[in-house]
Design a protein around this ligand. Structure first.
Ligand SMILES: Cc1ncc(C[n+]2csc(CCOP(=O)(O)OP(=O)(O)O)c2C)c(N)n1
Length: 377
């Protein structure tokens, strides 16, 4: 185990002082330390993991120095193209040290969406020809520091990405401070309840990765309603709106709602342009905006400077608005329902979530079957 401060010190001793990446729950203590202690000019939270590789490349081009790139192993997929066609030794040979949270590590119980990714993560790094070491809680701070030194040196001398695959519990606890001002006063779970209140029952819902899907699942259960009305996108962060778009395009007689997060929306914001371009009248896109990646530790997203309804409008959505309070939400939802799509509603919510929040008991495959029955495929 290592304290985040000691780990950052060992990176700095090896000439690594700049950080880019997308937050991960296994790295949350390290990321809380970075957020609160590393100066703003030495860190950039990226929209997606591929962007983080590109930012690290830009940093190297500008300074000659090596950046650290943090991500969850589910983000390796987003990073593969810039790793192989930009940073690779056979292309521009850009050194960087990847710090990858190893969800779904073999032998450790984890959620279904992490199993395959966890099983193949080290092999994926082998295929990508990225030298790597595994860090775990049983390793001493010195052992961890020596792996950092070895891989940082290898990355620099050979001009290639190297990686640390980090197992659960490697970092000692470091609390994330809550921002003084939050996006809204409404709780996200309460907002999801109000969204369900506004529906007639026949609507198709696609929800995004993380706690939004878990809260939606619990809310349906508490109401005695079928979870088969919802496609709970447990993995594939950032793609929920495009799943919904794919459905809306085929099922023109059904209303299709997407429940998205701000981090997920920004991760693949290009999808808004596609939705605006295709212009499905039955597509309703709701973003629960807490200005943060709340599900993995509350690290800020770029949403604080993004006018999300403005983006939607400028991407060709027919309607876009915002609700920020409990009183304001029902009329805004009624309006969303009436408007022709693609229609967009930002709901500004706070950073609260329940400690005892459950997870779907049914498998993703069962969810798919029930959902397709509901759609009437
Ligand atoms: C490609 C990828 N990168 C990172 C993650 C880890 N992850 C899961 S949920 C989440 C945060 C989502 O943030 P947001 O969409 O704003 O929703 P919130 O949790 O704030 O409700 C992250 C980063 C992931 N699942 N997939």
């Amino acid at each position: 185990m290592v304290h985040p401060e000691k780990f950052i010190e060992s990176l700095r001793r090896n000439g690594i002082s700049f950080f880019s990446g997308v937050p991960d729950s296994l790295l949350k203590d390290l990321l809380a330390y970075i957020e609160q202690n590393v100066p703003a000019y030495e860190r950039i939270t990226a929209a997606n993991e591929g962007n983080a590789i590109a930012i690290a490349a830009g940093y190297h081009l500008a300074t000659g120095k090596v950046a650290a790139v943090y991500m969850q192993n589910s983000g390796i997929g987003n990073a593969v193209n810039p790793l192989t066609s930009l940073a690779d030794k056979d292309v521009y040979a850009i050194p960087m040290l990847l710090i990858i949270g190893w969800r779904g590590e073999p032998g450790v119980k984890d959620e279904p969406q992490h199993k395959k990714q966890g099983r193949i993560s080290d092999k994926l790094l082998d295929v990508l020809e990225i030298p790597h070491a595994v860090l775990s809680k049983t390793m001493s701070g010195e052992a961890i520091a020596s792996e950092v030194a070895r891989l940082a040196a290898l990355s620099r001398t050979e001009g290639r990405p190297c990686a640390l695959l980090v197992k659960s519990g490697t970092f000692e606890a470091y609390p994330m401070r809550k921002p003084v001002a939050e996006a809204g006063s409404l709780g996200r779970e309460e907002a999801i309840g109000l969204v369900l209140d506004s529906l007639d029952g026949g609507e198709i819902v696609v929800s995004t990765t993380g706690k939004i899907s878990r809260e939606l699942y619990e809310e349906r259960k508490n109401r005695g309603e079928s979870f088969g009305k919802d496609f709970l996108t447990v993995g594939s962060m950032g793609h929920a709106s495009q799943i919904a778009l794919g459905i809306a395009h085929q099922k023109k007689d059904r209303q299709v709602y997407c429940l998205d997060g701000d981090g997920a929306t920004i991760m693949h914001m290009g999808g808004l342009a596609t939705a605006g371009w295709m212009h499905p009248k039955n597509f309703k896109h709701i973003v629960l905006n807490n200005l943060a990646h709340e599900s993995v530790g509350g690290q800020p997203s770029a949403a604080s400077i993004v006018d999300l309804p403005g983006v939607a409008k400028n991407c060709g959505y027919a309607f876009a608005s915002t609700a920020a309070t409990k009183e304001d939400l029902p009329p805004r939802l009624a309006e969303l329902k009436e408007k022709n799509g693609p229609a967009f509603l930002e709901i500004r919510v706070n950073l609260e979530s329940r400690k005892d929040l459950g997870r779907p008991k049914e498998s993703p495959f069962e969810n798919k079957k029930k959902f397709m029955d509901f759609i009437g495929k």
